[in-house]
Unconditional design. Structure first.
Length: 274
């Protein structure tokens, strides 16, 4: 698919004002995995609605529960302002389709300073070092068959050492590292970073090949305004138990600054190791 047929992230996550605290949006069918929209994409829509509801414009934190996967098509977004303060505001958002709740989320919003620098960062993993050009694009041809529709919209690349699942040979480490770019080279911002933390394939693919791994809950933090360009991503599984997996994601911008991080709990079905 050429860049000319792709829609920008700003376009596919666009919302329209209906009344105070109520918005309309359209879930794009191309931003799906097996016909189901990506969870970070949906959260970004709600984040956009929340940012329109208060004076603070930057998402600092988001916590979402995924109740029902909407179908591609119209959805309604509603927001409730929980608190407005001088430094932060809190907003609750809901996405519904045909009267059925789909996503519930709470957001903390504030102002990110463009010249801010970390006071301490020794607790973080090292940024992804593999060059973008040396990573493998994740497309249908790369995995030996038709891939998720969303992979034809973004430039998602995984470093070769972590792409064993594409060859049918997961390494067992449960770690995926690589790069992510938006359609048309669009730069990331605090809204699209909510998508970035959920953009990579399930890290469990590096453990065992499975089907859809649906997100149940996702908590994301936006730590800094990203520099222009694609972002580096580390996505890893931490524990699989009781048909559930928790994953952690770290996102660095093109200068190597951590700009977002997230944890999520997802459902999974795996055969017990022999």
């Amino acid at each position: 698919m050429t860049d000319q047929t792709r829609t920008t992230f700003a376009g596919v996550s666009r919302i329209e004002d209906l009344s105070p605290g109520e918005f309309a949006a359209e879930v794009n069918p191309e931003w799906t995995i097996g016909g189901k929209p990506n969870g970070g994409y949906l959260l970004a829509m709600l984040g956009r609605a929340s940012a329109r509801s208060v004076a603070h414009q930057h998402i600092l934190a988001a916590s979402a529960h995924y109740l029902h996967s909407p179908k591609p098509g119209p959805v309604t977004l509603t927001t409730e302002v929980l608190r407005t303060g001088r430094s932060v505001s809190q907003v609750r958002g809901r996405m519904a389709q045909d009267g059925t709740p789909c996503v519930e989320a709470t957001f903390t919003l504030g102002t990110l300073a463009p010249d801010a620098a970390p006071y301490w960062s020794d607790g973080l993993p090292e940024p992804v070092e593999c060059a973008q050009a040396d990573c493998t694009p994740v497309t249908g041809s790369a995995i030996g068959g038709p891939g998720p529709a969303i992979m034809d919209q973004v430039d998602l690349r995984i470093q070769p050492d972590d792409f064993g699942f594409g060859r049918g040979k997961p390494s067992g480490a449960g770690t995926l590292r690589g790069w992510l770019g938006l359609p048309g080279g669009e730069d990331f911002n605090p809204i699209s970073l909510l998508y970035a933390v959920d953009a990579f394939p399930p890290a469990t693919l590096d453990i065992a090949l499975t089907g859809w791994v649906p997100t149940l809950e996702l908590t994301a933090y936006v730590r800094a305004l990203p520099a222009p360009g694609p972002v580096r991503v580390l996505h890893k599984a931490q524990l699989i138990e009781g048909n559930k997996v928790d994953e952690a994601c770290f996102v660095w911008d093109s200068r190597g600054r951590l700009v977002a991080q997230a944890t999520q709990l997802a459902g999974i079905r795996l055969d017990r190791p022999e």
